[in-house]
Design a protein around this ligand. Structure first.
Ligand SMILES: Nc1ncnc2c1ncn2[C@@H]1O[C@H](COP(=O)(O)OP(=O)(O)OP(=O)(O)O)[C@@H](O)[C@H]1O
Length: 260
């Protein structure tokens, strides 16, 4: 099982410091939601964790190894990222797009075999894409494309799964099924970190939340511990609280905007 750590990570974009000394652990077996207001640095932090953006200071490690020094294929085996970038330019089918996830951990001339085809079919089925497998990726809705991006990352079979807003184009049924799939994968030992705007989803479906505010990680831990009235007010500007129901399920009640 593989743990990803961001150690005292700072990042700069356009000459501005976007992240400032972030320490975050992405633990195997848990689904961790990275939450925070617009512009707080969530996507930037995620990008440093899969080396799409170099850190200005600090280090990201997987099982103790600095990802800056990993070879491309070793990094792809350790860390997979589903981003908000378009899944491909088109002209390829959903199945072919998901197959691309198998190639990133291979050499250029290492052909895919029957095992790879079986993995692709299993993942297409798990993400509910079997019926769309022969469609051109450009002929899909936003939500369908989002699932292709997730499926392609899963096809990579990484130990740490990073997802940038994996549910933002999905209808409620698909949102819940993606979150259920992530929980299932985490139960199998994967470390999962996803950015999420929907705090209710984070509270109800994630094991842990990490709160970013103005480029700093202000709290991390179980949702009911982290999202207290003060954090909801000061970071998110709302009045609210996390409640535990009699069945043990957590819910987030938001009463309205915080004063001022
Ligand atoms: N290329 C860039 N150059 C300069 N600043 C940038 C660049 N990209 C992003 N930023 C700034 O970095 C900050 C953090 O952006 P980021 O996308 O990480 O935030 P976020 O928390 O993911 O936001 P959102 O919830 O709106 O998606 C924002 O203030 C944004 O304007």
């Amino acid at each position: 099982m593989t743990t990803l750590h961001a150690h005292d990570v700072s990042a700069r974009l356009g000459g501005r410091e976007i992240l400032d000394g972030v320490d975050l652990t992405v633990t195997p077996g848990l689904v961790t939601a990275l939450v925070g207001p617009n512009g707080s640095g969530k996507t930037t932090l995620l990008r440093t964790c899969y080396r799409a953006l170099p850190v200005a200071a600090g280090m990201v490690t997987v099982d103790g190894a600095d990802i800056a020094s990993l070879r491309r294929r070793a990094l792809a085996r350790a860390v997979g990222a589903s981003t908000q970038e378009p899944v491909s330019l088109g002209g390829i089918t959903v199945r072919e797009s998901v197959r691309l996830g198998r190639t990133v951990t291979r050499g250029l001339f290492e052909p895919l075999g029957a095992d790879d085809a079986a993995v692709v079919e299993t993942i297409l089925a798990r993400v509910g894409l079997t019926g769309l497998a022969d469609r051109d990726v450009l002929a899909l809705s936003g939500g369908e494309r989002q699932r292709v991006s997730i499926a392609r990352t899963l096809a990579q079979q990484p130990d740490v799964l990073l997802l940038d807003e994996p549910t933002n184009h999905l209808d409620l049924h698909q949102q819940l099924s993606v979150l259920a799939l992530l929980r299932e994968l985490a139960a199998g030992g994967l470390a999962v970190l996803l950015t999420l705007h929907d705090l209710r989803m984070a509270v109800e479906y994630c094991d842990a939340v990490a709160v970013l505010h103005r480029g700093r990680l202000v709290a991390t831990g179980a949702p009911e511990e982290v999202l207290d009235a003060a954090v909801l007010r000061e970071v998110f500007g709302v009045r609210g609280q996390v409640r535990a129901g009699p069945d043990g399920r957590r819910t987030l009640d938001v009463a309205g905007l915080a004063d001022g």
